[in-house]
Ligand binder design. Structure first.
Ligand code: GLN
Length: 445
């Protein structure tokens, strides 16, 4: 009872400012569930968790940060939710996010923005900004996010918490409202590595309802000593990141070297193709996925008179926000006859090239290190009206999504009182190895 009361007190204290939740469940209901579940067995018996609002939860509104789904209450749970509930976890609420996970600052949400608890003039990163902020504001120690091009790692970095984008296929996407299927994964955010590891081990594994999953057993992870681990420090990514951010990563890497890691500077080839490839593929998939929201099959349904064109246009026109519309239009253009080869097919080739270049680096190095984000948390309003500037923030993170590999963001230090994260990428399916390494680094920093 104390645990729930204290949690809600903290929320009361900070939530007016932070706004991490779109939907916060009633305290009495949560308290009752915690009490019931704490008595039973389960790895998370009676533990509170915050869930990003694009992950379906039976009976709890799931909006995707959009007016389009403002009143949508899913009749089923995502697979990850079923797994969490089975282990006794209690959902405290659904967290704010960029609309349909499109953004890097949690400013495109229809429900208003989230502020960074470390400095409320700054954004918390995005799109899983509410999930990360719910941890850094001291509400919970566990949250789920989704990561299509950095949406777990960006907010993890800006909030001083841990976040993992798992290898593609290790976590079921059944019940995740899709943005770009070939890129995204649900993943854990947590206040420390042990919790991150536990949460990942619960949600990972194959699922007959998501044919892209594989049977990956995460289990309990032990700390892995850094001695002898070959680290590639991505020089071109370091150089294109702001100096105050890169220098913090460098300091951690120097420490790792003094602990016996074998560190070398290296460059990822064709890195300039990564962002264009990512955005072309993401927008194409988005335009296709979001076609179902027309007010007839799914979503905001204020208009039903007149012909179907009018009905669809009005519902979609009012239901979607600006950034989502921008991406649907660009995605539809890219996939249209005549342009498909010119853009989409080329982007797929570029993606392949990046993946190959990554593979060749992993023949020399066990892990690749860089800053998670090239910048400090932007001020509220600083990048939101400048899409190119906003997209550019994703350079370091999209690499892992394009190549299906795992990547962790861990707190590396502070600059001007703002948390700075470091990213570690590993070979496909080396997720638990990355967690083990992070556990070692956690004790050093
Ligand atoms: N900022 C990137 C985008 O807008 C990544 C978002 C995400 O990972 N969901 O596409």
């Amino acid at each position: 009872e104390d645990y729930v009361a204290k949690t809600f007190e903290q929320i009361k204290r900070r939530e007016d400012q932070v706004h991490a939740f779109i939907t916060l469940r009633e305290q009495e209901k949560v308290a009752k569930e915690v009490k019931d579940k704490a008595k039973r067995s389960g790895k998370l018996a009676g533990i509170l968790i915050a869930i990003k609002d694009n992950i379906s939860t039976t009976g709890i509104r799931t909006t995707c940060g959009s007016r389009m789904l403002e009143n949508y209450i899913p009749p089923y749970n995502a697979t990850v939710i079923e797994k969490l509930l089975k282990e006794g976890a209690v959902i405290i609420g659904k967290t704010n996010m960029d609309e349909f996970a499109m953004g890097s600052t949690t400013e495109t949400s229809y429900f208003g923005l989230t502020r960074n608890p470390w400095n409320t003039e700054r954004t918390p990163g995005g799109s899983s900004g509410g999930s990360a902020a719910s941890i850094s504001a001291g509400y919970v120690s566990l949250a789920l996010g989704s990561d299509t091009g950095g949406s777990i790692r960006a907010p993890a970095s800006f909030n001083g918490v841990y976040g993992l984008k798992p290898s593609y296929g290790t976590v079921s996407r059944f019940g995740l409202i899709a943005y770009a299927n070939s890129l995204e994964q649900i993943g854990p955010l947590a206040s420390n590595v042990e919790r991150l590891s536990l949460l990942f081990s619960i949600i990972a594994g194959d699922d007959s309802r998501d044919s892209t999953t594989i049977n990956y057993y995460a289990g309990e992870v032990k700390e892995i000593p850094i001695k002898g681990v070959r680290i590639g420090l991505l020089k071109n990514i370091m150089d294109s990141s702001e100096p105050e951010v890169s220098s913090i990563t460098r300091k951690v890497v120097d420490k790792l070297a003094s602990e016996g890691a074998i560190v070398e500077e290296t460059n990822l080839g064709d890195v300039e193709l990564a962002l264009p490839a990512y955005y072309i593929i993401a927008m194409s998939e988005a335009s296709s996925n979001l076609a179902r929201f027309d007010g007839v099959r799914y979503g905001y349904s204020e208009h039903g008179d007149g012909n179907w064109k009018e009905t669809f246009s009005k519902n979609r026109g009012e239901g979607f926000g600006l950034e989502v519309k921008r991406r649907i239009m660009l995605g539809s253009f890219i996939l249209s006859a005549g342009y498909y080869d010119q853009y989409y097919v080329k982007a797929l080739r570029a993606r392949n090239l990046i993946k190959k270049n990554m593979d060749s680096l992993f023949s020399k190095y066990d892990i690749l290190v860089s800053p998670t984000m090239p910048v400090l948390p932007p001020k509220i309003g600083e990048v939101i009206d400048d899409p190119i500037k906003m997209y550019a923030m994703d350079l370091n993170t999209v690499l892992a999504n394009l190549s299906a590999i795992p990547a962790i963001s861990l707190p590396a230090g502070f600059s001007n009182g703002l948390p700075v994260g470091m990213q570690i990428m590993g070979r496909y399916l080396s997720d638990t190895f990355l967690i083990g390494i992070s556990s070692f680094i956690e004790k050093l920093t």
